[in-house]
Design a protein around this ligand. Sequence first.
Ligand SMILES: [Zn+2]
Ligand SMILES: [Zn+2]
Length: 482
Amino acid sequence: MRPKNDDRQMSGCFRGFKLRSFVSGKQKQRNENCSTLSASREEDEKVLAPSRDFDFGIPSEWGLSVDQSSFDSSLPPYMTLEDASKSSAAEQTISRVLNELESELHELSMKIHDHPEIAFQERYARDTLTAFMRRHKFHVTSGYLGLETAWRAEYSYGRGGKVIGINSEMDALKGIGHACGHNLIAASGCGIAVALKVALETHDIPGKIILLGTPAEEGGGGKIILLQRGGYDEMDFCLMSHPGPGPLNSFDIGSTTAVLTFEVEYLGKGAHAGAAPWEGINALDAAFLAYSSLSVLRQQMKPTHRSHGIVQGQDWISNVIPDNARLRWQVRAPTYDELVVLAERVRKCFEAAALATGCTVKIDQDSKPPYYDLKNNPILARIFSGIVRTQYGHSVRTNGSAASTDFGNVSYHLPSLHPLYSIPTETHGGNHTPAFTKASATKEAHAANMIATRGLAITGLRVIQDDELFREMKAASACSAL
Ligand SMILES: [Zn+2]
Ligand SMILES: [Zn+2]
């Protein structure tokens, strides 16, 4: 899915006060039209005043930059510091159910952790999670919208209610297991869905819950495929969380980067490297020239941008001029718009290497769908932050992460929330390291996951129950998509 041009215009509404001054006059007028949401400039400044409950300006351990032109580390303008400590009877039901489910959810998480499956092969996870959802009387579809390992668990109560979407990721990384903690996300999705179901039934609240088991977050873009096939069309909003390293007892509701993948293939001509090298056209040279150009380009890139990849080849031996070489290259930027500009500069490095060596080059940037940056809905972010601050004493930051998620594409499509929460790790044990695989199996990680789960379940309930909040949430997403 590629959003229409207009949809890609990032709005100051979402990005916060600092970016507001950079938007065009036309956009400014539109932003002002979002008056039901927007505080006045003075109000924004008041809201943005540092609070002891928020950690400002701390660079994220996920390697996030502090480039203020791209990432606004201040709070979004709608983040009023409301007191969310009072919980309704329905919210107490959610807490009670999650207390009761806690050991079962831990077991689910550990089972999946101990059976790591890579993208599109999450059969054990699918079967384990769907069995759990069936036990809790959800209507389950195993294998969904043409994806064998995707699944959907649905429950409706009453008529005319709101439709909440939730995502459970399941995939692991090749060779290092659950080094991104998707076992925690899988269990969390189930916990949110079941707790909400009991709350709707017990307190006679109409609503529909759709939990999607989403395969292949690690590079396969499972959510993007489901999105393109209508898997999210029925949802009014969608929630999930993700673990990462960072200060204990903290959440981050900032953005993530947009990413796209280049598959580049150089084709040359083989020759005897000693007897007649002049007869060859060296594809490995082309790959290394491209690699060098990309390394040089890095100095002229913004610190918030990323460019990284690998070189591969077939049947290479040292006494034959290589006739083939491939690069698998990824570029990232804080927004999709910036990514498009960066990608053009990167493409020129690939082309230049072909010109210099006489190789032919095939550049494919569509083999994997791009992941868009994450646009957390400010109203959902505000509600969630209020709950985890006041009920659990956690801090909330907006630094975001330089990592990427296919949930970014979901967030372009409907109001969404994807808070990051920190789990204790060894030094330098961030996501995609063996240390994080270990960290994803600890009791501390489970405890942090349970707080994220409670926070998201209560956030969902409040939006389902409160028409005014629901309207504000919808309007905020419309505003951010201008
Ligand atoms: Zn990951
Ligand atoms: Zn992940």
